[in-house]
Design a binder for this molecule. Structure first.
Ligand code: AKG
Length: 270
């Protein structure tokens, strides 16, 4: 799997930067080359086939209870760049950093972060319910981050393209709960929104959508006969440390449920 030496430089206009800052999202038709996408597919498939990093918690089903053994509906790989450092040398990675700096209006030298991959299996991939990324994160920090979401397959409303609620990044973090109200399911959902305001952003493979970490977003189930693979980079500059952590009861619930699971798994001394 030799990385192709592709070159493709992408830029955004002032209007696109303004659009992102006003609406909390943006969509473009190309961020890398088709050749790089073909190479990425091989790495992507290997990571999911091997369930890379499962024991370290780097592979799990975002839409199912921890370590379940049934059909996976929303498998995810965290930090694929740790397994394949060459992912940091891609045209996608470089363009994503350049565009993240422009959209967040920060110096590119201060932009850092990492990736994750979410797969929606053909016919079986579940919806990624409405949420804000910041709801998952450290409540003691006010982040300045965005996600760059790139599909390796055409992303349509039927296969699970991204959908956004415009301007929602300007509000607070909504109340979230775990999918099915099960704190052993990592995936979060908020009911505090009007889905009729959603804007769907279908894009081709090698295109990209960008969303601010507070933007409400969703991706529908994959009802097509083809897999929907997405590689996401979360990039930004260091956040502000808060004196008082923001309340995130859903994070506490998950930690308590995991601790309970661990204690039940421990062999008894009796
Ligand atoms: O790929 C998906 O289904 C959802 C992605 C997402 O929620 C995100 O990138 O924050």
């Amino acid at each position: 799997m030799i990385k192709p030496n592709t070159h493709f430089k992408v830029d955004v206009t002032i209007n696109q930067v303004d659009f992102f800052n006003n609406n909390g999202y943006l969509s473009i038709d190309r961020i890398t080359t088709d050749e790089e996408i073909e190479w990425l597919k091989q790495i992507y498939n290997k990571l999911f086939q091997e369930r890379a990093g499962e024991e370290q918690g780097q592979y799990f089903d975002l839409g199912g209870p921890r370590a379940h053994t049934g059909q996976e509906v929303l498998p995810q790989v965290l930090g694929p760049e740790n397994q394949f450092p060459e992912l940091r040398e891609t045209t996608f990675f470089k363009n994503a950093h350049t565009l993240a700096a422009k959209l967040l209006k920060v110096n590119q030298d201060n932009v850092n972060g990492g990736g994750h991959m979410i797969l929606k299996p053909a016919k079986f991939g579940a919806e990624t319910p409405w949420h804000q990324d910041e709801a998952y994160w450290n409540p003691s920090e006010l982040p300045h981050r965005l996600s760059i979401w790139m599909p390796l397959d055409p992303a349509t409303t039927n296969s699970g393209c991204m959908q956004f609620i415009p301007k929602s990044h300007k509000g607070e973090i909504r109340f979230h709960r775990h999918i099915n109200n099960d704190p052993l399911i990592h995936g979060l959902v908020t009911d505090d929104l009007d889905p009729s305001q959603a804007v769907a952003c279908p894009i081709p493979a090698a295109g990209a959508t960008f969303h601010h970490c507070r933007t409400l977003h969703y991706a529908g189930p994959n009802t097509t006969t083809e897999v929907r693979r997405a590689y996401i980079l979360v990039l930004g500059s260091p956040g502000k440390r808060l004196k008082k952590p923001l309340p995130r009861p859903w994070i506490d619930e998950e930690q308590e449920a995991l601790a309970k699971l661990k204690s039940l798994a421990k062999p008894s001394n009796i």
